[in-house]
Design a binder for this molecule. Sequence first.
Ligand SMILES: [Zn+2]
Length: 396
Amino acid sequence: VAVTSTAIVHAGQLVTNDETRGGDLLGSVRDGAVVFEAGRVQWVGESAQLPQGAGDTLVDAEGRCVLPGFVDSHSHLVFAGDRVTDFVASTTGASYEPAGIRSTVRATRSAPTETLAAGARRLRHEALRSGTTTMETKSGYGLTTPDEVRGCAVASDVFDDATFLGAHVVPEEFDDDSDAYVALVTGEMLAACSELVRFVDVFCERGAFDEDQARAVLRAGAAVGLHGKVHANQLEEGPGVLVAVEEGALTADHCTYLSGHDVDLLASGTTVATLLPITEFATRTAHADGRRLLDAGARVALATNCNPGSSYSTSMPLAIALAVRHQGLTPDQAIAAATKGGAAALGRDDVGVLRVGARADVVVLEAPSPAYLAYRPGVELVARIFKDGVDVGASH
Ligand SMILES: [Zn+2]
């Protein structure tokens, strides 16, 4: 079987995210070229240096920007129904409450698995069309052992990485005894789900799970080899970031309300701070201060948090535009956070970067530089997408 290779040439700016190249934050190459074969990058450099005969298929970018596909490290896309009624109510003053998750739980429990899978596939495809080549999603709308197994199975079938989020909210049948629910999550439910996922996540917030419960969930997950993630400090200052860092979690996500101590913890540790600005946009709340985190030296990722309650968008370009407009990131910082930052948030080094051996996940923009993603919000600038080296076509 003939293996065909593809060479994309004449990228006005080729974003590699390869630190060893030096230069700007994005490891940019002017008039760059990238060659890939069998789903992996084989060569990266200046078009003028392209090896003789490279690329059975030649794509001339004609000065457009070429960059790694986006890595969306945080979403919740195994669900049924939607919450458009809650959203419309919020436009006349109702505020976002975690309890709203329960209405999605009711709809999800009563839906056939094929309905959940079809919805997940539709949203995964929607995300791909806006340039997301790696995407994580979570369970968390089942909250019984069989329903969480179903959620984790669909998540791992349809997405690149899957997370067990049995500790999303306390389901109504455990209203009087949240500790009994945590015992279920860390016991039977985790045991049934752990083989299907790479990560365990917990919503550590007033109205969801407290500090001790969050630690218990992370420790139980770590004991069966799962990396930890925490929904932290979304609605107010609280123990989420502290718990994430002290328990060695891979990420603390949201980080909207941080104390100075929280910022110091993130700056001095390895836990990645994941910013989710579409949530703050959609729920009309204050934005996380990404500038403060970056200035302190924290590692930052950018993700959609796509879910039917608080952030129903799969668009990484929208997240980039909002992070620049509202969270103090420069366009280059936002692009880095949406690519290699997302990879760090998933503990991966094979995506979010264009260097030899990395996955051939490549996006061509209808623009000369990635800054246009923030400069021209709401415009479909992702012109062409390759996932695992396969041309999946135009975005629109
Ligand atoms: Zn979330």
